[in-house]
Design a protein around this ligand. Structure first.
Ligand code: CO8
Length: 292
């Protein structure tokens, strides 16, 4: 509850694209931990590594999204932090995407609050001035894939047991326009069309082939490869890189910013439909059966 109250404050001061100052000085600390996130901030390099550690599969619940948003806000405000690597501490999974339980059997108000937090995470990451790299050390379906493609660069573990993609249609739900546009901006229109209609999850080699990830490395080298890549990106004149990034992403970001309330309403109307609730229930049962 305290976390959500903090996010509400955060949302009220950043929803127009302006970031508000945090009362605690994050830059004084090298490391910080909250319940489900560990952040190692190396102040000599200006690079922070955010480890997601929300068991079992880093699914993005309202509370977890809130933690992520607060951390992103603090790092963004910290002038000593120029690069962010996102990775997972959970075995085999980067992130299982949005927490399905947040979309099942919940009140419209709660669904709306949840969706606002999903939007906020995307806005913060996609619009970040920092260099952002996803160090994808496990499977990354749906919202996990969104989180990855919202970063500037993706390095994935070369393990054929892992997969990544926007598989929403397989749950009987539809990726919203800003998921779709982030994907188009990454792999192009045709790949996105096929990928979204079929709800495809790609093995690492396939993901590399369509440009969904930028690099594959052995599993134990994901973080070191991300650190090396970060060094190269941080060597580019900062203002020029930031302006270029903003130029590439601005129209997609603006489209959501100017339609946030309508997008929340669409989500709530859609997700609370009986037929959609049934699809989600069947999908969760399928997950349980697969496990058994
Ligand atoms: N949400 C909630 N719980 C989950 C999720 C999830 N996304 N994924 C897995 N879990 C749960 C499982 O049910 C299981 O619970 P329990 O232990 O109680 O049985 C536990 O986590 C562990 O799961 P697995 O045993 O399946 O773990 P594995 O290591 O074998 O597999 C995977 C990990 C590959 C991540 C697998 O769990 C999986 O495929 N999960 C589903 C991923 C998925 O399809 N996510 C889609 C979420 S929807 C989304 O992100 C975008 C929605 C956009 C909405 C647009 C609407 C308009």
């Amino acid at each position: 509850m305290a976390l959500r109250a903090a996010l509400r404050g955060l949302l009220s001061c950043s929803s127009h694209g302006r970031l508000c100052a945090s009362s605690t000085s994050f830059s004084q600390r090298n490391n910080s931990s909250s319940a489900n996130l560990k952040v190692d901030h190396d102040q000599t390099t200006g690079v922070a590594v955010m480890h997601m550690q929300s068991p079992p599969v880093n699914s993005l619940s309202l509370d977890f999204l809130t933690e992520i948003c607060i951390t992103l806000e603090k790092l963004e405000m910290d002038k000593g932090c120029r690069g962010l690597i996102i990775t997972s501490s959970q075995p085999k999974v980067f992130s299982a995407g949005l927490d399905i339980l947040e979309m099942y059997g919940k009140s419209p108000e709660r669904c709306g609050e949840f969706w606002k937090a999903v939007q906020e995470m995307w806005l913060k990451l996609y619009g970040s001035n920092m260099v952002t790299i996803a160090a994808i050390n496990g499977s990354s379906p749906a919202g996990g894939c969104l989180m990855s493609i919202t970063c500037d660069y993706r390095i994935m573990a070369d393990n054929p047991r892992y997969s990544i993609g926007l598989n929403e249609t397989m749950l009987g739900i539809v990726a919203p326009f800003w998921f779709k546009e982030t994907m188009v901006n990454t792999v192009g229109h045709r790949n996105t069309e096929i990928s979204l209609e079929l709800g495809l999850l790609y093995k690492p080699a396939e993901a590399l082939n369509i440009g969904l990830v930028d690099q594959l490395v052995p599993e134990d080298q994901v973080l070191s490869a991300a650190t090396q890549t970060m060094t190269k990106w941080l060597a580019i004149p900062e203002h020029a890189r930031q302006i270029t990034k903003s130029m590439m992403r601005k129209s997609t970001i603006e489209k959501l910013r100017s339609n946030r309330e309508a997008d929340i309403q669409n989500f709530v109307n859609f997700i609370t439909k009986e037929s959609i609730q049934k699809s989600l229930r069947m999908y969760m049962e399928m997950l349980k059966q697969k496990k058994a």
